[in-house]
Each structure stands twice: as C-alpha cells, then as structure tokens.
Design a protein around this ligand. Structure first.
Ligand code: SF4
Ligand code: SF4
Ligand code: SF4
Length: 374
C-alpha cells in the first residue's frame, strides 16, 4: 500500500486540473504535457507557463509525437531547470530520461515526474488523419479490462514495462473503469506528496496492483513472444539484416527521433562517412558492385552497437520510417538480448550503472566466457 489521492474526476480531467493547480499555486514554473494545438487540435507536446493554456491539454492522450524524455533532456542537458517543471511522461519516456541522466545528458533536479500505467500509443499516422478521437473509447475500455488495445504501436503491444519506475506520482489508468468519474494518484516520493498539498481529493492508502494489471502483463508477454518470433525479426543474421535494411533510404529519421541517439555529431553524418568517388573506387576495386547510397547496414549496425543496451522500445523509430522498416522491433529485440546478459532493465534504477560503464571479471561466465582478470 502507498499513500494516494482519490479525486472525483476522470483521470484526464483530474490530471489537467492538477497541472493547472501547480501553475496557479506557483508550485512549478512550467508544465510539459501533450496538448491539442491549432484549429485541428493536433496532438503535440507543449511547454506551458499559464494555467489557462492548459484548457486544451490532453496529458493522457495515447500518442507520442516525440519522446518526451528526449525533450526534457534537451531542456536540462546543460544545467537543471531554473524553475521546477512538472512533466507528464509515458513510462518508456521516463525510462529514456533516466538513461540520458546516466549518460550525463539530462538533469532531473528540478523536475516533477508524473506518469501513468500505460496502455500504449497509436501510430503517428492517426495524428495526421485525425482518426484518434474515434478510437479513444474502445482504447479506454480495453485498458479498464487489462486488454491489449487495438491499433497501438507493435512495440507497445509487446511492452512489459508499462508500470512506471521513478515517477513522483503515478496515475492509475489500467484497471480504472472508463467513465466512472474517479481517479487515483499514487504518491511515490516526498516531492509528490508535497505538491499535492492543498489539491482537491481524499488522502488514502491504495495500491496499483489489480487483476487488470496482471492480465495485461500476461497478454503483453504473449504479444512479445509473437513479435520477436515473427519471420521478419527472428534469426535475422547478416543476410536477414541486408534484406530488411536493404530498403532503407538513409534518411536518418530513426536516429533523429531516438531519445538515446544523443550525439551532437553522429559519426555516420560526419565528413568521414561522405561517399566520395575515391571511396566508391576503393569499394569497387575488391567488389564488383556496391550499393548506392553506401553504408546503410553499417549505419544500423553502428547505431545498434552504440545505443541498443539503453533502448526503451518506445517505437518512435519505426513510426517515422517512411518505408516501413520495423526498426523499433529489431532494436528492442537486440536491446532485450544485450541488456538481458547483464540483467539490466534500461531506465529502471537510477542508481544502477550502465552495464558498459562497469566491469566484473566473471560477468559473462554463464556464456562460457572464463573469468578475465585485468
Ligand atoms: S512502449 Fe510501453 S510505456 Fe511506452 S508508450 Fe508503449 S506501452 Fe506505453
Ligand atoms: S531505438 Fe527506437 S525503440 Fe529504441 S529507444 Fe530509440 S527510438 Fe525508441
Ligand atoms: S527511418 Fe527508415 S529509411 Fe530512414 S534511415 Fe531509418 S530505417 Fe532507413
């Protein structure tokens, strides 16, 4: 059991009212949340400093126009925010933020982190054709029952980390009946308790675990087995990678939206990698044909090697790929495999070192690799 607040409003209404309360009471200086902007109410993240601007906010909308962990890292990379920011993030966005903190790319000092038990997000294409609203009711019904909602991103269907880690406050969505007009905020930290002081609702004790959460966990595990056993991902090997990434346009959309690909100048964007005539000549001198543009497989393998242990499976990379390559499925599969060797869950424990930052002599003994003394 944890401390909790129950509020006589739907989770979306209660959270919007709470964010307004935080700004009006000057408990924070800004709020980062999903908003519906412009006449067509397009979902996008907004940084908001005036409570009245939160009327159009939709903090729990199942869309991810950008990974909010990446956005927060960009805001805090050089120094902590001078004023507290309340941010509403999905669990994988929060995990990305924690990984970026471990990589010295983010500062969490002045952030109030609010998350929720997550039913997944719809592909960005729905944002463009406006089809999101008609899907909300069935989506919320599925969440209430612990079912995998129809139409969400493939990696969301397989996501087993849908209960947030490291949130100051967790809004209970999975298992909460849609339309019954009540919500529960779980209080996970002193900071969370402090900012709730004076907000409407009843302080009580509650816990997240419910039949719906367990049901969803089991169904997501089943979906993960199916996703990672699909012909396009299972037993890829080099030939498989060549065939999957052979249709890559080298647009770099996948790395640009990835929260974990943070390098200011990517090696693969540098002059060293520019395809010059002399490089083609060198290639053709020992092979009689070369792909144009070159370096596609090297780009994906290089990116994989650099960041995959921190991949949080958010699905952004697949969602932006113009030729439908299942980048997130491949990267999250490789990430699960690499992180699994070290029993590491990216973004779970703030105090746990990145596996690549620490060395233990017998860390690969279960793979038959003998103890290596330095
Ligand atoms: S990957 Fe998991 S946490 Fe992230 S949006 Fe999908 S279901 Fe939610
Ligand atoms: S590789 Fe893709 S799924 Fe993994 S963190 Fe980056 S954008 Fe998200
Ligand atoms: S988004 Fe798709 S086409 Fe563009 S670089 Fe990535 S895999 Fe290739």
């Amino acid at each position: 059991m944890s401390d909790a607040l129950t509020i006589a409003k739907s989770p979306e209404e209660a959270l919007r009212a709470f964010l307004q309360f935080l700004l009006r009471e000057k408990k924070v200086g800004a709020v980062l949340t999903l908003d519906r902007i412009g006449k067509s109410a397009v979902p996008a993240y907004s940084l908001i400093t005036d409570a009245s601007e939160l009327e159009s906010a939709s903090p729990l909308l199942p869309m991810m126009p950008a990974n909010a962990g990446k956005l927060l890292a960009e805001l805090t990379e050089l120094a902590p925010s001078p004023e507290p920011i309340a941010a509403v993030l999905k669990p994988c966005e929060l995990r990305a933020l924690v990984e970026l903190r471990k990589l010295n790319q983010a500062n969490l000092d002045n952030l109030l982190l609010i998350s929720f038990t997550c039913g997944g997000v719809f592909p960005l294409a729905l944002r463009n054709d406006g089809g999101i609203d008609e899907r909300l009711l069935p989506y919320r019904d599925a969440l209430a029952k612990g079912e995998v909602a129809d139409g969400i991103r493939p990696t969301c269907r397989a996501c087993e980390h849908f209960v947030p880690y490291n949130a100051d406050l967790t809004v209970a969505l999975v298992g909460t009946p849609a339309g019954d007009g009540t919500s529960t905020f779980l209080i996970n930290s002193d900071r969370g308790a402090e900012v709730l002081e004076g907000f409407e609702g009843n302080r009580t004790e509650a816990k997240l675990e419910s039949v719906a959460l367990d049901t969803l966990r089991a169904k997501r595990a089943e979906e993960a087995s199916k996703l990672y056993a699909a012909p396009e991902t299972a037993a890829l090997g080099l030939d498989g990678l060549v065939s999957v990434f052979g249709r890559c346009l080298s647009c770099r959309g996948c790395s640009n939206v990835c929260p974990i690909c943070y390098c200011e100048l990517c090696y693969f964007e540098s002059a060293v990698e520019d395809p010059t005539p002399s490089k083609y000549e060198a290639q053709l001198s020992h092979r009689k044909a070369t792909r144009v543009p070159p370096g596609t497989i090297a780009f994906h393998l290089g990116r994989m090697t650099h960041m995959v242990i921190s991949c949080v499976g958010c699905g952004m990379c697949s969602d932006v790929c113009p030729v439908g390559i299942p980048v997130a499925t491949l990267f999250s599969m490789a990430g699960r495999s690499a992180a699994g060797v070290f029993a590491y869950v990216p973004g779970k424990d703030l105090d746990e070192d990145l596996p690549l930052k620490k060395y233990e002599a017998d860390e690969l003994s279960h793979l038959g690799v003998e103890r290596i003394e330095s």
